[in-house]
Design a protein around this ligand. Structure first.
Ligand SMILES: [Zn+2]
Length: 403
C-alpha cells in the first residue's frame, strides 16, 4: 500500500477496545476511509487490495515516554553527557528509524540533550530525514540544580527561573514541558523517593505551559514528589514507582494520566551490574522493583488513566523493543486488550491526537501495524521482529524507500 489501498481478510483491533475478525480496511490519501466486514468488500474494488491472510491489523504503537538521544547504553547518563551535538543528533535519528521499523508510529520524547529533538524535527519537516515516528517533543527537562538529569537538563531554581526555563523550551518549539519532581534511578547521588522541584516551582512552569497551549509531564517516583506535582497542576505523571493511596486518589480526582514505564525498571534489575549498569542504579532499581509493581497494580485497579511509555533509551531499554512494555503491563495485571489500548487509543488521548491517530476508524491517519499472529492471545508476538509483517505511517509502508 502506498497511501491508497485496501487491506483485506484481517482481524482488526481498533485501539478503542474492539476486535473484529474478517474485516477489510480501506485507506485513501493516507487516511482510513472505511472499515467493513469482508463480505461487504466490493467484488471489483477501485483501490488495490492486499490480502492480510488471517493476520491482525492494529493501530501503530504510541510510546508516550522515550528518549531518542539515549540509546540503551548500560551507563546512559554518561553516554548522553559525553555526546557532542552532531553525535546526539545522529543517535536520535537512528533511534527514530528503529522505533518506526518496530511499529512505533508516534513518540513523545521527554527530554533530550540541547534541543537536538526539536532540531531533528526541523530536518524531518524539511525532508532531510524521513524514517521517524510522529514526534511530540519536550526539549530539555527542567530540573533543580544538581537534580535528576542535570547532565542534559536545564537547571533552574525558584519559581522565576522555572518560569523562564519553561518559556525557553516553548520558544524553541517544545510541545510539552518536562519537570523533575524527584530523584531518579540513573542519576548518581539522587534518591528516587526524595522530592526535588518544589510545588511552587513546578506551578510556575506548568502555568507557562498551559498559557501557551502546551502541557506538562513530570518525572516522579516518591509519593511526596508526585503529590507536589499534582497540586501544581501536572498533566501526566511518569514512572510513579512509589505511589501511595493518597497519591492515587489525587490522580483520580484530577483525572491525571499515569505513564508507568514498567519495563525500564525490570530490565535494569535483570541485566544488573554484570551488564555494565552502574552499581548505584542497579541498587536503586532493585530496591524499587516490588514497590513499582505494587504501585502499577494499585493504580490500574483503582482506574487511574494509564498510557504506555517505555522510557526507551535507558539501560538495555532499546528503541525498537518498545513492545516489552506491553508485555510487562500484561504480566502486572492488564489484559492484552487493555495494554494495546493504553498503547494506541488511550495514548493518543494523552497526547491530544485522538482526532488523528491511535485507532482504526474512518478519519484517522492510517498508522497501522500488520501482525503475524494474535496479540490478544499472546502479547509477546509484538516483541518479535519476524512477526511484524508491515508497518504503515499515513498509509505508506515504512519499508518503502520513500517512507
Ligand atoms: Zn525518562
Amino acid at each position: 500500500m502506498d497511501r491508497d489501498g485496501i487491506i483485506a481478510n484481517v482481524t482488526v483491533i481498533d485501539g478503542l477496545g474492539g476486535a473484529t475478525v474478517d474485516c477489510f480496511v480501506a485507506v485513501e490519501g493516507g487516511v482510513i476511509r472505511e472499515v467493513g466486514a469482508k463480505a461487504d468488500l466490493p467484488s471489483a474494488p477501485r483501490l488495490p487490495v492486499e490480502d492480510g491472510a488471517g493476520r491482525t491489523l492494529m493501530p501503530g504503537l504510541i510510546d508516550c515516554h522515550v528518549h531518542l538521544s539515549l540509546d540503551g547504553a548500560p551507563d546512559a547518563i554518561h553516554q548522553i553527557a559525553g555526546d557532542p551535538p552532531a553525535v546526539a543528533a545522529l543517535r536520535l535519528a537512528t533511534n527514530a528509524e528503529r522505533s518506526l521499523a518496530a511499529g512505533v508510529t508516534t513518540v513523545r520524547d521527554l527530554g533530550a540533550k540541547l534541543h537536538v529533538d526539536i532540531d531533528f524535527r526541523k530536518a524531518v519537516v524539511e525532508g532531510i530525514w524521513r524514517k521517524t515516528p510522529r514526534l511530540v517533543l519536550a526539549g530539555r527537562p527542567l530540573t533543580m540544580t544538581g537534580g535528576h538529569c542535570w547532565q542534559f537538563g536545564r537547571e533552574a531554581d525558584g519559581p522565576d527561573e522555572l518560569r523562564k526555563a519553561a518559556r525557553e523550551q516553548i520558544k524553541a518549539g517544545a510541545d510539552w514541558i518536562k519537570l523533575i519532581a524527584s530523584g531518579g534511578i540513573l542519576s548518581p547521588g539522587t534518591q528516587p523517593e526524595s522530592p526535588q522541584l518544589e510545588e511552587e516551582e513546578m506551578r510556575a512552569a506548568i502555568e507557562e505551559a498551559h498559557k501557551a497551549g502546551r502541557r506538562a509531564a513530570v518525572h516522579a517516583h516518591g509519593a511526596a514528589g508526585i503529590k507536589n506535582a499534582l497540586r501544581a497542576g501536572i498533566d501526566s505523571v511518569e514512572h510513579a514507582y512509589f505511589l501511595d493511596d493518597e497519591a492515587i486518589q489525587m490522580m483520580l480526582e484530577r483525572d491525571v494520566w499515569l505513564v508507568p514505564t514498567t519495563w525500564a525498571c525490570k530490565v535494569i534489575v535483570q541485566e544488573g551490574h554484570e551488564g555494565g549498569i552502574p552499581c548505584h542504579a542497579v541498587m536503586k532499581a532493585e530496591a524499587a522493583l516490588e514497590r513499582q509493581r505494587e504501585s502499577f497494580r494499585k493504580a490500574h485497579e483503582a482506574g487511574v488513566r494509564i498510557a504506555m511509555g517505555t522510557d526507551a533509551g535507558t539501560p538495555y531499554n532499546r528503541h525498537g523493543e518498545n513492545a516489552r512494555e506491553l508485555e510487562t503491563m500484561v504480566e502486572l495485571g492488564m489484559t492484552p486488550m487493555e495494554a494495546i489500548c493504553a498503547s494506541t487509543g488511550r495514548a493518543a488521548e494523552l497526547l491530544d491526537m485522538a482526532d488523528r491517530v491511535g485507532a482504526i476508524e474512518p478519519g484517522r491517519e492510517a498508522d497501522l501495524l500488520l501482525i503475524d499472529g494474535d496479540p490478544l492471545a499472546d502479547i509477546s508476538v509484538l516483541c518479535e521482529k519476524a512477526k511484524i509483517a508491515q508497518v504503515y505511517k499515513a498509509g505508506v509502508s515504512v519499508r518503502a524507500s520513500r517512507a
